[in-house]
Design a protein around this ligand. Structure first.
Ligand SMILES: C=C(O[C@@H]1C=C(C(=O)O)C=C[C@H]1O)C(=O)O
Length: 175
């Protein structure tokens, strides 16, 4: 009809819409572990790279500070992100040791993979900064767990990736 257009206010995003990007970005970050594992497979480089870890943690602390967010909480969350990433790398290396036919035949460029990780880190720092209140709310754990399960299902994560995704989010909600 020709009725007068009325502006319908968009619903404000609720806790799920605010917290689920953290689970989604963590899953995207974890997907890079497959590429990192492939980049390191058949080389002398172990899953751990403490120098690179320090750079990541310093950078996310700096970004959080710039955003007026919480550097210490952000670093705590990223420590779990890093541990989860190494869990996946090690799980894949064990799988490829046991079944060499499943090992990757191409070696990704680690510098390119780290550039992708840096982009995800940026987005994740911002998502964390936007959820200061949600992360301390009583609903945080339940909402985050729901979004973890949904994200894992959508991406059809296997058991090691699902376990790692869960681990990567262990410090998001404040006790
Ligand atoms: C992802 C890598 O492997 C490990 C995990 C890191 C991370 O999650 O940021 C950083 C360094 C490594 O300990 C890497 O070497 O880049």
């Amino acid at each position: 009809g020709t009725g007068t257009a009325r502006a319908v206010p968009a619903a404000a995003p609720g806790p799920y819409a605010r917290l689920s990007p953290i689970a989604e970005l963590s899953a995207r970050r974890l997907a890079t572990a497959d590429l990192v594992a492939a980049a390191k497979w058949g080389t002398d480089s172990p899953a751990d790279d403490p120098v690179r870890e320090r750079q990541v943690l310093d950078e996310v602390a700096r970004e959080a500070g710039e955003l007026g967010a919480e550097p210490a909480a952000t670093v705590r969350i990223f420590r779990d992100q890093i541990e989860a990433n190494k869990d996946v790398q090690r799980a894949l290396h064990r799988r490829w040791d046991a079944r060499p036919s499943e090992a990757p035949s191409v070696r990704p460029d680690l510098a390119e993979v780290r550039a992708e990780i840096n982009r995800v880190n940026d987005a994740l720092v911002r998502a964390i900064a936007r959820t200061a209140q949600d992360r301390g709310a009583p609903y945080c754990g339940g909402v985050l767990l729901a979004s973890t399960v949904v994200t894992g299902g959508e991406l059809r994560l296997d058991a090691p990736h699902m376990t790692a995704l869960h681990r990567s989010l262990g410090s998001v909600c404040r006790p």
